[in-house]
Design a protein around this ligand. Sequence first.
Ligand code: SAH
Length: 257
Amino acid sequence: MSNENKSILEFDMNLICEYYASVERQGPGSPEVTLKALSFIDTLSQESHITDLGCGTGGQTMVLAQHAPGKITGVDVFPTFIEQFNSNAGKLNLQPRVKGIVGSMDNLQFQQEELDLVWCEGAIYNIGFERGLSEWKEFLKTGGYVAVSEASWFTDERPAEIEKFWMDAYPGIDTITNKIEQVQKAGYIPVATFILPENCWTEHFYAPQVSAQEAFLRKHAGNKAAEDFIAYQRYEAQLYDQYKAFYGYVFYIGKKM
Ligand code: SAH
């Protein structure tokens, strides 16, 4: 099977986890974009409780924590990411206000209406946009916010190669108009929507992976699965370069009605 025909879902989770733990971000984004999204949230205080779902090693959570008051709970399924998250929070003197816990976004342990803000950068796709928005709402107070970034189409039609790639990787990708409608249908007022600038992919996501890939290949020399995985990562980056006019990540901010 060529890598072009492979889906990320077919690679060994341990390899994926090890690779992504070696870079600061596990998805496209930037500190500027996190702060821009945060600028639409006007209800936070020292008493607030925020969760960052699919927090990874916490690149964006630490930015959030340095600019938002209240308590932040990061949630991720991978213990390796959470260990690194808590170590990063410790280094920045953000503990105990900022804490990472191992858990799944489809089985959250918060109380009903406990949260003021549900944050999720590049991770809601794990359970799907509509499902995530609808299930997380019960944990939000009325007037609380959801802020998520999600892969979206910029146009109604696109070249077959990129269409196929996304249909294999995440068929939930949709146009911005349809996503906004989904935000509204899930019971939120769509407060803001903006496209993440290109540097969230190039400078903050793909560029740090270049040296990480070389180190990873050296460490796993001769391991076919590792080589295939890196080839897939490179293919994905090349697709972005070629087809970035047609898709990208979009931040959607909604207020629970
Ligand atoms: N928010 C981070 C990571 C995005 S990558 C960033 O923007 O850099 C997607 C993350 O979702 C990974 O860290 C992955 O481990 C996590 N994840 C996957 N399935 C999950 C689930 N069911 N519950 C919580 N986290 C999950």
